[in-house]
Design a protein around this ligand. Structure first.
Ligand SMILES: Nc1ncnc2c1ncn2[C@@H]1O[C@H](COP(=O)(O)OP(=O)(O)OP(=O)(O)O)[C@@H](O)[C@H]1O
Ligand SMILES: [Mg+2]
Length: 332
């Protein structure tokens, strides 16, 4: 699912920059992020905690209060239309209709005092203009599609009456009910046990193929990326440091940071699920962004040259991009 793929571009993010207004002054959490997602493609967004994955997705969905919380600049083209500056009401219509997001914690994303039926029928009635009965039937169909057992009964449950895995499936059903062009799944399985995790990932994969959506899958887990993603973008401290087709990234990781992340999963096929903890040091705070390459203070290969100026993304060929002055060659 690469540069050779003729499929149309669903999302084209250009130079996205998100700056929070904080007591300490402005903090730029996403700094010049650009990537594309095509129809039927799953892009994995990975990186350690705090590197800006959620801020990127929240910014694309424009879920921040743009007056008081954060300023967002750049371009977010959804099927060619820049949605970054459209009026708020129009943006609300886009959300749920053309683009949807699944969060990590389904319980806090679902409304605890409304039955599942209300929560899944509402977008169907608003965005797909269905009558009550038609929306109910479609809601039951969607719940069945995401693997909720006895959906005609469970549709009248409250969120707390369902298991964690079922709630996550309900979230997915709500997100997909309006057949969005773009789905952003931010750590959709982290809170679930391993078996349910695998089922939910299979479901996202299956629905992605069936509905031909573009998907951004945010995860800490590189084994998940290897399993379901077509392309991968690796983020570090608010920037993309490497992006490539999934096989290319796993076979030829070029950025020392990516190599560090991959070294934390020594047995991809042996079922070991990696934690991203093998790179020395921690991600610096946003008000302590280092000069030059942002990864240099933790990089075993850094030289003085890396600690000055800005390091651009360079194209290694075949859509493999890396932000490093001395990209590595070969496998691990
Ligand atoms: N509302 C906010 N105000 C100020 N800073 C924020 C705000 N939201 C996020 N940040 C900062 O932006 C940076 C990126 O956060 P983000 O939530 O995108 O990380 P992440 O990559 O999703 O991490 P995780 O894997 O833990 O979910 C962090 O340093 C975080 O502290
Ligand atoms: Mg996050």
């Amino acid at each position: 699912m690469s540069a050779q793929n003729p499929k149309s571009t669903v999302l084209d993010v250009r130079s996205l920059r998100t700056t929070f207004h904080t007591d300490r002054g402005p903090l730029t959490a996403v700094d010049g992020v650009s990537f594309q997602v095509h129809r039927g493609e799953i892009l994995g967004l990975v990186g350690e905690s705090g590197c800006g994955k959620s801020v990127t997705s929240m910014s694309i969905m424009r879920l921040y209060d743009e007056k008081y919380t954060a300023s967002i600049s750049g371009e977010v083209l959804l099927e060619g239309r820049n949605i970054l500056h459209i009026p708020y009401r129009q943006m609300q219509r886009e959300r749920g209709k053309s683009m949807a997001m699944i969060f990590q914690d389904a319980l806090s994303s679902l409304n605890p005092v409304l039955r599942i039926s209300e929560q899944i029928m509402e977008p169907l009635r608003i965005h797909r203009h269905m009558g009550r009965e038609e929306a109910r039937q479609e809601a039951i169909r969607m719940l069945g599609l995401v693997g909720i057992p006895s959906p005609q009964e469970r549709i009248d449950c409250y969120p707390h009456e369902l298991s964690g895995g079922q709630r996550q499936r309900v979230m997915i059903a709500i997100a997909l009910s309006c057949q969005p062009k773009l789905l952003i799944a931010d750590e959709p399985t982290t809170a679930l046990d391993v078996t349910i995790q695998a089922q939910i990932l299979d479901l996202i994969l299956e629905l992605n193929e069936k509905m031909d959506m573009g998907v951004i899958l945010i995860t800490h887990d590189l084994a998940v990326v290897a399993q379901v993603c077509h392309r991968v973008a690796v983020m570090y401290l608010g920037q993309i440091v490497e992006e490539a087709d999934v096989e290319d990234l796993f076979d030829h990781p070029s950025h020392p940071y990516t190599r560090g992340l991959l070294q934390s999963i020594p047995h991809l096929d042996g079922g070991h699920r990696g934690e991203l903890h093998q790179i020395e040091g921690t991600v610096p705070l946003l008000h302590q962004i280092p000069e030059g390459c942002r990864f240099a203070p933790r990089c075993p290969l850094a030289t003085d040259r890396c600690r000055q100026g800005t390091v651009p993304l360079q194209d290694l060929g075949g859509g493999h991009m890396v932000r490093c002055l001395c990209p590595q060659e070969g496998g691990l």
